[in-house]
Design a protein around this ligand. Structure first.
Ligand code: MG
Length: 354
């Protein structure tokens, strides 16, 4: 199994303003895994606040000794006991378990291998990735489109730009959140999600703002308070909140999930945090058991990791897969977008087009 990778810079259509800063580009690394002449594609997206860089991803990927998996069997097993259904998940799990032990952290770097591996396995088995996860039909799901923090005068224009989407995710956590909401409500009657990106440090203020959002028909609020806020404050807010509160920055991997049930109604799962599709799927199943709400989100990403995520979209409550639509230089074909739904390809693998 041969790994190659290259760095790339995504240029954002609009400055991407969040409660903790604004940026115009996102660094990524694109990976390729080749096995028996077939290529799987992957991606690591590296927003600065997650701490990984193109250099750290390159250093991590360079340590991997994937030749040891040259004889791995990803071909369909003809045994009647398997009813002809291929099951590559055990083989994939073996490789992912090795990768996870090479070094701690490096979640996006690990995701870039996980995605390429699932793409490869799907292509070898001639199955779309969702079938590798036991999903029979990929349901069409509406995706939200992010309206980042910007000059208030620019907000109406940005909302107009989002014409192909039926749900907007409004970034908040500023000193003028009420003003932003007023502008949004004047401009559109679309369905709305909110993301405070840890921007509300005071629980009483957070409580008032969540109520204001509820009165304005918002459906869900992501990460209202800082990751390191007092647990008692977040517990208090959860109990009093009229809207589901989702953990984003507070939950990265499966191991973070249980403790979040106390403080949040749900989680935002992103492949770049979860180390890829396999662990994201495991998190979805466990979150369901814990009766948590589930959003499937993304960073600014190309079609590669967005399509990968779309294979799990049938299993979640809220889909936020707008990554490629926020950038100017997506190196791949755009995902199909029909009436606000990001369509999961039925082609083998993740279904990336060139
Ligand atoms: Mg978020």
């Amino acid at each position: 199994m041969k790994l190659s990778f290259r760095s790339y810079i995504l240029e954002l259509k609009n400055p991407f303003g969040l409660a903790h800063g604004t940026r115009n580009t996102t660094a990524i690394v694109l990976t390729q895994l080749e096995h028996k002449g077939i290529i799987g594609y992957g991606e690591a997206s590296l927003p600065p606040y997650h701490g990984e860089t193109q250099e750290s991803v390159a250093a991590f990927l360079s340590k991997l000794e994937l030749e040891q998996f040259d004889n791995i069997n990803l071909t369909p097993n003809p045994s009647p006991s398997r009813r002809g259904e291929p099951d590559a998940s055990t083989e994939i799990a073996k490789i992912l378990s090795y990768i996870d032990k090479v070094e701690k952290g490096n979640n996006a770097a690990k995701a870039s291998i996980d995605i390429a591996l699932h793409d490869l396995a799907g292509k070898i088995l001639r199955k779309p990735c969702y079938e590798l996860f036991g999903i029979k039909t990929a349901e069409k799901k509406l995706s939200s489109y992010t309206i980042a923090i910007d000059d208030l005068k620019k907000m109406p224009g940005k909302i107009k730009e989002a014409k192909d989407f039926k749900i907007l995710k409004i970034k908040l956590g500023t000193t003028n959140d009420e003003e932003i909401v007023k502008i949004v409500k004047n401009e559109t009657d679309k369905r709305l999600y909110a993301d405070a990106n840890q921007g509300w440090s005071d629980k009483v203020q957070a409580h008032e703002l969540v109520h204001m959002l509820h009165e304005n028909a918002f459906e869900v609020v992501e990460q209202p308070m800082p990751v390191n806020c007092a647990a008692d404050d977040m517990r208090w807010l959860k109990e009093k909140s009229p809207l589901p509160l989702l953990a984003d920055e507070s939950v990265k991997r499966f191991s973070d999930l249980e403790k979040a049930t106390e403080l949040f109604h749900g989680i935002n799962i992103k492949l770049m945090k979860s180390t890829g599709m396999a662990e994201a799927h495991k998190m979805i199943l466990r979150a369901r058991e814990l009766q948590m709400k589930i959003m499937l989100g993304c960073m600014t990403e190309t079609s590669c990791s967005i399509l990968a995520a779309s294979h799990l979209a049938s299993l979640v409550d809220y889909v936020d897969l707008d990554g490629p639509f926020l950038i100017n230089n997506n190196p791949f074909g755009y995902p199909e977008l029909i009436e606000g739904c990001v369509i999961t390809p039925e082609k083998a693998g993740i279904g990336l087009e060139f």
